[in-house]
Each structure stands twice: as C-alpha cells, then as structure tokens.
Design a protein around this ligand. Sequence first.
Ligand SMILES: C[S@@+](CC[C@H](N)C(=O)[O-])C[C@H]1O[C@@H](n2cnc3c(N)ncnc32)[C@H](O)[C@@H]1O
Length: 295
Amino acid sequence: MGTLSAYDNEWLQRLLAYINEMRGIDFSRYRHATVLRKLELRIEATKTKTYRHYLEHLKSRPEELDSLIAALTIKVSTFFRNPPVFELIGNVVLPELVTEFGFLKIWSLGCAHGQEPYSIAMLALDLMKREEPVDIKILGTDVCDGAIERSFEGTYPEGELADVKKKFLESYFERIVPGPDQRHSQEGMFRVSNQIKSMVRLECGDMLSRLKQRRAKGDRYNLILCRNVLIYMNRFLQSEVVQLVSDILHENGYLVIGESEMLPEGLRGLFAQPFPGIKIFRKKSLAKKEAQGRP
Ligand SMILES: C[S@@+](CC[C@H](N)C(=O)[O-])C[C@H]1O[C@@H](n2cnc3c(N)ncnc32)[C@H](O)[C@@H]1O
C-alpha cells in the first residue's frame, strides 16, 4: 500500500476522529495497514472513491457507521477457542481462584458474540457441581455494532461449537428447530441455555474507556481474558490496555491473551507465566516483585 498524500492523510484523520466522536473508539491507535485495508473496502462498496467523499457519505447515512465498525472489527470467535487454554482454565485456574479468593470475578474483553464468556460460564458452573458454590460474576464487553445483540440472542451455527465437549453440548445448548418460514436461516443453529446466559452480563463499549472507568471505581477482577484483540492494536494501545488490565487485576489474578499475541515488553515483569508455552499469565504479588527488586 503506497504512502498517503498529505491531503488524503488529513481526511483520513478527520474520518477516524469522526468515528471516535460517534462511537468512542479510536482506530488511529489500531494497526494502520489493517485499518486502511478495511476502509478501502467500505470506500469501494459505497463507490465514494476518496476519504473525503466517504466521510461525507458517512455523515449523511448513519447506518453506514455500523457497516464500517463491523468491517474494522474482526469478530471471528468460537466456543472454547484453543481448547488447551480452556482445559487449564477449567482444571487449574478457576479451582485455584475459588480456593484463594472464594469468588470468581471475570471479564472477557472483546467478547465478540459471547462465545468466550459463555464458555467460561460453562466451566464455572461445572466447577460449582464439584465445589462449594461461590459468587460468580462474568462480564463481556465488545464494541457496539450488533455484537452484543447477537450475544444476547445466543444462537450459533454448529461450526462455532466444534470444540464444545459432549457433556456441555447436552447440558447447555439446544438445537433450534426451524419454523416453516425460517428453514434456511435457522438450520444447523444452536441456542445456548438461559442458565448460562443468566450468568453473563454483557455490555457495549470500548474496552479502553471501560477499563479506565472500572479502575477509577476501584473495581477488581481475578480473571481477565483479552484474546485475539491486542493483535489489531498498535503497540502503544496494547501497552495501555495491558497496564490497565494489570491495575484492575487482583494480585495472583490471571490474564489470558491470544495464542499468537505477546505481552508488551515493558510489562512482562508484572506477570508470571505458569504454564510454559500457554498464554495464561498470573499477576505477581507486590511482595514478590519487591523481593525480586532487592539486591
Ligand atoms: C477476533 S475477536 C476475538 C473474540 C474472542 N476474544 C476470541 O478470542 O475468540 C475480537 C473482538 O474484539 C472486539 N474489539 C476490538 N476492539 C475493541 C475495543 N476497543 N473494545 C471492545 N471490543 C473491541 C471486536 O469487536 C471483536 O469482537
């Protein structure tokens, strides 16, 4: 992709500022090449040709903003995505948190259509069958363009359930039997149970501002998932997000990132990596960090 002229760059900045003003999400801090590529697709689809004309189009057709946000945010997800990570969460992380804290307070940042927080809810519920019940709070946050509505609806194509264990499939999903007028749209679809849905609170919003709000309120979590979303951000935004996550994690709380993601270099010292090769990190306790800093 060639370098933008000063004129195009000026209009690109105005376009990104407009999105930020309207939706509170700053795509100038996302990976530049990806943002440009996705914008080009919308410019082509709307036959507007330049950033300037596209911005005019956007202002006159509010519904285009939804298509643009949908293009700029990649919502691919599945239940129990990357199963070894969920095995460890179910068998080690959640039981440890229950023993240490006596409650589970979990946040899925960039939760797409709810597959991730609902997977966690199934593991937590399964654990409660084996342990003394504890208070469980699970929150899912995603940018608003229908993602959260789809999470509330809780219906998924069979392909997104490929990694769901049989016992969970039987206990927490029902196959949708399409009505005569819905034969095609509902075929091969499953609905997650109301019990699982009721365990998860979902909200629309930009994770950066939500993290800041919750840090200001003194809200704390013992497990945060921020998977397959850092990868779209530039390194400054990645660092800001991971720093905020660390601030609102309890000591010994866990952070999970995507398989192909890395913690920003300057922040790696805040976390231990208890399972070699797996992107599950544990926030170090202050006492430990101080001891390590001593000569
Ligand atoms: C590729 S999906 C990953 C979904 C899930 N975490 C997983 O690993 O399967 C990335 C999600 O992050 C969301 N997202 C991107 N930037 C965001 C932001 N600033 N605040 C909240 N959600 C964001 C996107 O809308 C998308 O649903």
